[in-house]
Ligand binder design. Structure first.
Ligand SMILES: NC(=O)c1ccc[n+]([C@@H]2O[C@H](COP(=O)([O-])OP(=O)(O)OC[C@H]3O[C@@H](n4cnc5c(N)ncnc54)[C@H](O)[C@@H]3O)[C@@H](O)[C@H]2O)c1
Length: 375
């Protein structure tokens, strides 16, 4: 399947992860791209990656026109540009009938998110939002355990995405840090929209419950910042569970810091992204068990998401690769990619934009409970 990318140029943080992951099953092939905000750099890098000169475009508008003019146009387009461009670029490609995989956060505002959802619905095409961590085999395992009642009724979910990479106050001139705390480029929220959003999505993904209300406190450890670098959220979910999220950019010493714990009436589990091949499962009254990725006793979706035998490390490229595989199947109109088409959709993207905005509104109102439907 021919595949194109917008953004993800040389030196970008997430571009290479997409390329490795999309190619992991040798089903997709990068054949077109507008990879960089600098047209020449984008073309040059595209050709270095093996894209034909005629399809190494200078910008996304050229790519849209160029691909539309071809019989053999790309079937899937990934949007891996900065947040404030997602709405325009993903919307333009979806409106013209391309299948799209868009980076998170889906858009900057709820209004844009809803408009994009309508565009996607009208297109009838496949659209995924890259909450890529939900592609981990053990994330599917947790989802299936909860769905099958292994934990009983879910009471509490505690999610955390707290890293320490923006702990330095004198880091303000670092271009990769600066935009994240500039409302014009980052939007209403910094760390909640950047990292907390993944943990919020994972809470919904694993529990199968939707977040309905949020009470949030936003703080700035580096006080000169305009947006929050640390946040604590309380959540209410529609299946009766409550949730808590801690997200931070100033948690010195934490490297990636993404993990989740789910507690039910029959047991609890914990999973951490830095040790993604294990789930610690604690049924009430029994010793804790370590479930290993690749074990034939796991649920089928965990098996399908796994590419290598038990005991070998399998990580983020495979997780993103599973999103690509499921999207591939959905485009083909079957489940030939992953064995099912369970991937984060445009709806997940919209939900999470609402969650970020509800959290922001709550934080501005001294932590008042705020419904996602009211933003
Ligand atoms: N899902 C994840 O786990 C994950 C992880 C990191 C980043 N992201 C998301 O991916 C997106 C990109 O983040 P990043 O950290 O790679 O950013 P980055 O700043 O490192 O790279 C952005 C790339 O996009 C290019 N670009 C910018 N504007 C463009 C335009 N109009 N047309 C074409 N190319 C353009 C830049 O030249 C650069 O190559 C963001 O939305 C971010 O939130 C997601």
């Amino acid at each position: 399947m021919q595949w194109g990318m917008i953004g993800g140029g040389a030196g970008s943080q997430i571009g290479n992860a997409h390329r490795v992951s999309a190619h992991i099953d040798a089903r997709l092939r990068l054949t077109a791209g507008a990879l960089d905000v600098d047209p020449d750099a984008g073309k040059r890098f595209g050709m270095e990656l093996g894209i034909d000169e005629s399809r190494a475009y200078g910008n996304w508008q050229e790519m849209l026109a160029g691909e539309l003019a071809r019989e053999d146009r790309v079937e899937l387009v990934t949007v891996a540009t900065p947040n404030n461009t997602h709405y325009e670029i993903a919307g333009a490609f979806a409106a013209k009938g391309f299948n799209v995989l868009c980076e998170k956060p889906l858009t900057m505002s709820v209004d844009e998110a809803e408009k994009l959802r309508r565009t996607v619905d009208a297109s009838g095409k496949v659209f995924a939002t890259n909450f890529g961590y939900s592609g981990y085999p053990m994330a599917y395992q947790a989802r299936e355990m909860i769905r099958n009642g292994d934990l009983g009724d879910i009471r509490v979910v505690f999610a955390e995405f707290a890293h320490g990479f923006h702990a330095l106050g004198d880091d303000q001139d670092n271009p990769r840090v600066r935009w994240r705390y500039d409302p014009a480029q980052a939007g209403v929220s910094s760390i909640t929209a950047d990292c907390g959003i993944h943990a919020l999505h994972m809470a919904q993904f694993m529990t199968g419950q939707k977040i309905t209300e949020i009470a949030a406190h936003f703080d700035r450890g580096v006080v000169e910042r305009q947006l929050e670098d640390d946040a604590f959220l309380a959540l209410r979910l529609d299946g009766g569970a409550v949730g808590r999220l801690w997200t931070s950019a100033i948690a010195t010493g934490q490297v990636h810091g993404f993990g989740i714990r789910v507690f039910g009436s029959k047991g609890g589990l914990r999973w951490h992204q830095e040790f993604p091949n294990q789930i610690y499962f604690s049924p009430i009254g029994e010793p804790t068990r370590i479930l290993e990725r690749g074990d034939p006793a796991l649920y089928e979706k965990a098996q399908l998401a796994s590419r290598i035998a038990i005991g070998h490390a399998e990580g983020m490229f495979g997780a993103f690769g599973n999103i690509y595989a499921a999207v591939f199947g959905a485009i083909r109109g079957d489940d030939s990619g992953l064995g099912h088409n369970d991937f984060p959709s445009v709806e997940d993207g919209v939900d999470m934009v609402r969650a970020v905005h509800a959290a922001t509104k709550s934080a501005q109102n001294n932590g008042a409970w705020t419904k996602l439907n009211d933003v």
